[in-house]
Design a protein around this ligand. Structure first.
Ligand SMILES: *Cc1c(COP(=O)(O)O)cnc(C)c1O
Ligand code: SF4
Length: 454
């Protein structure tokens, strides 16, 4: 498995070996050397889970990010490899039985579709509520416009990732369900929408991972934005986990330099280009190639911001977050969001009660300097908006959560504190009840009226 192509010379880091992109999926799981050394039982569990949830991992992650002497606890192993407890015991057992019987692909696939239905494949009403329409009233594919200032764009060529996260909230689109796919290749539709909406200041290009696209494909979306009719689009954000999963994208891939040049041109033309990097653990920042990629991106004048969910079995530890934020600041990345794991997919394995999430956030914040205290959180991306747990306190003898919207479907909701009854087990907004004997949260009636009639 020797895929080294050439060497990259970094002025500070010296010589970095480059590599070709080699990736494994559920069909090729047992060709991964490191996996073949694990007990057969564990390999079987992995095959069972990987037939339901998406699995994809590349050789860089396997060789450089995972510490195999610490498997199965290693956080990057947990981040990318299927684990038995990701499925409910009954679901696991049903799928395991098929595998034991040597069932064919069609049978396995049929059961997989059934089991996925129970895993809330499209959380927070993404399909019904956020889809903009063109002037003729037809839905524009690949756009989401939930918050006034920011349009999300999902380019169709960017609907995959260099590896898959086991906790991914967009997992449904990776298992090939066309009906669930939010994607588009229609450059003109995006541009038309932006021209017609002068109040949109931010475009967020997301995926999957837009950085899986060739530079020339990404460029068809970025370059037109330099024209004066898009002056109102001040910030262009690109959401990516390529700095973790494939940093070679920014350093040694054939079109890495072209990519950096486009970003630079956008910055020179007065745009704020923000790389929204998805990170979960400081181990992701620890390789020379990851650091070279970060440095090269910064040199374009783009800003780097970091966001990612808090996850049991990966980073539910304040020391891990403190070290992650400190490392980020050292490398010139601004901590931006700590998210609460969404109510979808393998949530049962990763969820952390809100009360515990807030403690981890608080303890991590208390142990870093002000420059690393820029992360908001823990924040739930729920139907009505992004809701942050600001703390736990007691008011007139009642223990409560203090909450606020950091983003709201109605901008008037943003920054208004509100209160929920304390519940040590609650993991999501829909499990919380208003405090002080009230029957509804202040936004509930208005949010209810925004939902399309069924
Ligand atoms: C988070 C998010 C945004 C961006 O919100 P900011 O607070 O500006 O970072 C935009 N659209 C959706 C749907 C989001 O979830
Ligand atoms: S990088 Fe994002 S979209 Fe891709 S698998 Fe991970 S969470 Fe999902």
């Amino acid at each position: 498995m020797n895929s080294v192509l050439k060497f990259f010379r970094d002025p500070d880091l010296g010589t970095i070996e480059t590599r070709g992109f080699k990736v494994f999926n559920e069909r090729t799981l047992d060709r991964i050397d490191a996996i073949r050394h694990l007990p057969e039982e564990i390999q079987f569990d992995m095959r069972v889970v990987a037939s339901v949830l998406p699995f994809r991992v590349n050789e860089y992650v396997i060789d450089e990010l995972i510490d195999w002497s610490r498997v199965p606890e290693d956080p990057i192993f947990q981040l990318t490899f299927p684990q038995r407890e990701m499925l409910a015991p009954e679901a696991f057992e049903r799928m395991a039985e098929l595998h034991r019987q040597g069932a064919d692909r069609a049978q396995i696939s049929a059961l997989a579709w059934q089991l996925r239905e129970d895993l809330n494949p499209h959380p927070a009403g993404q399909l019904e509520l956020n889809r903009p329409r063109d002037p003729e009233g037809s839905v524009i594919d690949g756009l989401q416009h939930k918050y006034r200032e920011t349009v999300l764009f999902f380019p169709s060529q960017g609907q995959t990732c260099h590896s898959y996260c086991t906790f991914c909230f967009r997992w449904a689109q990776f298992v090939g369900d066309k009906g669930l796919r939010i994607a588009s290749n229609q450059v003109e539709q995006l541009l038309g929408y932006l021209r017609a909406h002068r109040n949109v200041s931010d475009l967020l290009i997301t995926g999957g991972d837009p950085m899986v696209m060739k530079t020339r494909n990404l460029a068809q979306y970025l370059e037109p934005l330099l024209a004066p009719e898009y002056d109102h689009v001040q910030s262009v954000r690109i959401g990516t986990k390529a700095l973790t999963f494939w940093p070679y994208r920014f350093v040694t891939d054939n079109d890495a330099d072209d990519l950096l040049r486009i970003l630079e041109r956008m910055v020179d033309a007065g745009k704020n280009v923000a790389i929204m990097a998805h990170y979960n653990h400081w181990q992701e920042l620890d390789t020379p190639i990851a650091r070279a990629a970060i440095r090269r991106l910064r040199e374009t004048g783009a800003t780097l911001r970091a966001q990612g969910p808090l996850l049991a079995n990966i980073n539910d530890d304040s020391a891990v977050w403190a070290r992650l934020w400190r490392e980020q600041v050292k490398l010139g990345i601004h901590p931006y969001y700590m998210f609460v794991e969404r109510d979808t997919g393998a949530r049962r394995y990763f969820e952390v009660p809100l009360a515990r999430a807030w403690e981890i956030y608080r303890d991590a914040m208390q142990s870093v300097s002000g420059l690393a205290r820029t992360a908001r959180g823990p924040s739930m991306s729920a139907g009505p908006g992004k809701v942050e747990v600001q703390g736990v306190t007691e008011i007139h003898g009642e223990k409560v959560f203090v909450l606020r919207f950091v983003q709201g479907r109605n901008p008037d909701w943003v920054q208004r504190p509100f209160f929920a009854r304390f519940d040590p087990h609650a993991t999501w907004l829909d499990q919380l009840r208003p405090a002080f004997g009230e029957s509804r949260f202040f936004f509930e009636d208005e949010f209810g009226s925004m939902k399309p009639a069924a």
